[in-house]
Every structure is written in C-alpha cells, then in structure tokens.
Design a protein around this ligand. Structure first.
Ligand SMILES: NC(=O)c1ccc[n+]([C@@H]2O[C@H](COP(=O)([O-])OP(=O)(O)OC[C@H]3O[C@@H](n4cnc5c(N)ncnc54)[C@H](OP(=O)(O)O)[C@@H]3O)[C@@H](O)[C@H]2O)c1
Length: 285
C-alpha cells in the first residue's frame, strides 16, 4: 500500500536515471521500485544476478521505465570505479547507497576478513561512488544522493560493534556532503533506517529472542513492529531534498532525540539490552 503518490517530477528536477546499490532484495529492491514509480529509469546493482533481473523485469513491465543491471561485489576494492565506469554514459539524477555488510557477534569472534568486508561495503565503496557520482552531479549542478545508515549508527552497539561504527561513517559522510554539495544544487541525505521487515530482518519474530525477550517500550517497540520496505522507500524519495538527516519513521526520530538527552552509557546499554537478547547470541552471551 502506497503511503503517498510518488513524485513524478523528481526526474525532471534531478535527472532521468536512478542508481540503487544493493537492489536485489528487501529494502534495496523497494528503493528500485519506488524510483520507477517516480518515473526514473533504474540501474540496479548487487551480487545476485537472477534476483536483480527479476526486479528489473518487474519494474519494466509495471512502470514502463528502462533498467540496467550491474552484477558487482561491493566488497571488491575496485567495485566503485567499475560501476562508475559502467554508468558513465547515463545522466544520473539519483544515487542511493543501500547495500550493507552486517557482521554480527562479539567483536573478538568476528574474523578479520569479515571486518574488512564491513569496511569495504559500508565505508570504502560508498566513498568511491559518492566521489565519482558527486563530481558529475556537482559539475551538472543537479542531482540527489542518499546514503542509507541505521539506528545502529547512533551509539555503540553490542554484537554489531563494527557494523554500527561503519554505519556511523556513512551517516556523518552524507551529512558533510549535504553541506558541501548544496551550494552546487545537489541534495544529499543521510537516511537513518530503523527496524524494517526486509529479507535479512529477523528481530520481529518472537522466536528471535531467548527467554528474556525485550519488553515493549523504547527501541524495542519498533523492532517488534518493523516498517515495511515500501514505506521506508517511499519516505526516502519524499525527503530527498530534506537533508542533512531524515529518519525512516517518526518513532525512530523520537528514540534518537530522547537517547541523545541521556548519558552515552544509557544509550549504549539500551541497544545492547536488545541485541544481546537475540536468541542466536545467547549461547555466547
Ligand atoms: N532491515 C533493517 O531493519 C535495517 C535497519 C537499519 C538499517 N538498515 C540498513 O538498510 C540497508 C538495507 O539493509 P537490509 O538488511 O534491509 O538489506 P536489503 O536491502 O534487504 O538487502 C541488502 C542488499 O545489499 C546487497 N549487498 C550486500 N552485500 C553486498 C555486496 N558485497 N555486494 C553487492 N551487493 C551487496 C544485497 O544483494 P546481494 O546479496 O544480491 O549482493 C541486497 O540487495 C542497509 O544499509 C542496512 O544497514 C536496515
């Protein structure tokens, strides 16, 4: 169910093509579909070729827009350069960086190779793409960029320590670019996403937790009642112009504001209370 009518003037304002990095599933596929609803032609990037092709053909059939798929592993050191080369011929109006590596478990138990992938997918590749795409948008004097961050980025987060840190890099990078690019007519948005029922999201199911499931109240309310990917995607396109930061849900913003008023220790512990109760971590506690 659509929240609002899609804004079909966006391609005129920003340029005709939208690129979604991490577009093969869940939230990423919803961003690609929402781009098409707004009448953008869409470039879809991810590793799974068949999932990308499926979403791309659905978009073409339902919305009559053009698509291009790029199969790429965003953890590869040259992924950003390769993708930038493959879209050099396009007038790119919107760039959404959605993909994420999500290492989980206690920091010392996460192998260094997974830590490297975390830094590559969540920090290095978005930096390269923001640089390459940013140059073109600024030269042309129009465009919009959104980097998808997370409530995990707002404080340290037990069991997802390096993921939260990498998402904080994305959050702050996008805010800085908002201030640098806005004088050149380019909108940048740091999009803080809270619980969303995407393919990877397991937090809402009661069986996701051990005996001491989190009680309702505060952040746990959202985790037990996640948004749909369609709602989160619609909101991003509605708020592309409203950087430096937007949240995927009013309740996420309220949680962030209230956590910022308390102590850092309280904010960190409140997150850790939830993540460490996930059943899959209880054996390592
Ligand atoms: N879901 C939530 O509750 C939630 C909460 C807070 C923040 N977020 C943020 O929202 C974004 C979406 O997360 P999600 O968990 O909901 O996932 P999703 O959008 O359902 O799927 C992740 C996408 O990223 C792609 N991807 C992952 N690693 C990749 C790699 N190495 N190379 C290329 N593509 C890669 C995946 O495609 P392939 O597997 O085909 O490569 C997939 O298309 C992330 O930035 C995440 O940090 C989500």
């Amino acid at each position: 169910v659509l929240v609002n009518e899609p804004d079909q003037t966006l391609p005129v304002r920003y340029g005709p093509w939208a690129l979604v990095a991490g577009a093969s599933a869940g939230l990423g596929a919803a961003f690609a579909v929402q781009a098409a609803r707004c009448c953008f032609d869409v470039v879809l990037v991810a590793r799974r070729e068949s999932a990308l092709a499926e979403t791309a053909s659905r978009i073409r059939a339902e919305y009559g827009v053009n698509t291009r798929t790029i199969v790429a592993d965003l953890a590869a050191p040259d992924a950003g350069e390769v993708i930038a080369g493959e879209i050099d011929d396009l007038d790119l109006g919107v760039f959404v960086y959605n993909a994420a590596a999500e290492p989980e478990g206690r920091f010392l138990d996460v192998p260094l190779e997974e830590q490297r992938v975390n830094l590559s997918v969540n920090c290095w590749t978005p930096t390269v793409l923001a640089h390459r795409v940013g140059h073109k948008m600024v030269e042309r004097g129009r465009g919009a960029m959104a980097i998808v961050s997370s409530m995990a980025a707002l404080q340290g987060i037990k069991m997802f320590a390096s993921y939260g840190a990498a998402k904080a890099y994305e959050l702050i990078l996008a805010e800085g670019l908002w201030d640098e690019f806005r004088e050149h007519g380019v909108d940048v948005l740091s999009y803080v996403v809270g619980a969303t029922a995407s393919a990877n999201f397991r937090g809402a199911a009661p069986e996701a937790y051990g005996e001491a499931a989190p009680s309702a109240g505060g952040p746990a309310d959202r985790i037990l009642n996640p948004s749909t990917p369609d709602e989160v995607a619609a909101r991003l396109f509605e708020r592309l112009h409203a950087g430096p930061r937007q949240y995927s849900h009013d309740a996420d913003e309220a949680t962030a504001v209230s956590a910022a008023q308390g102590s850092r220790a309280d904010a960190v512990r409140a997150m850790g209370e939830i993540t460490s109760r996930l059943a899959r971590f209880q054996k390592i506690g």
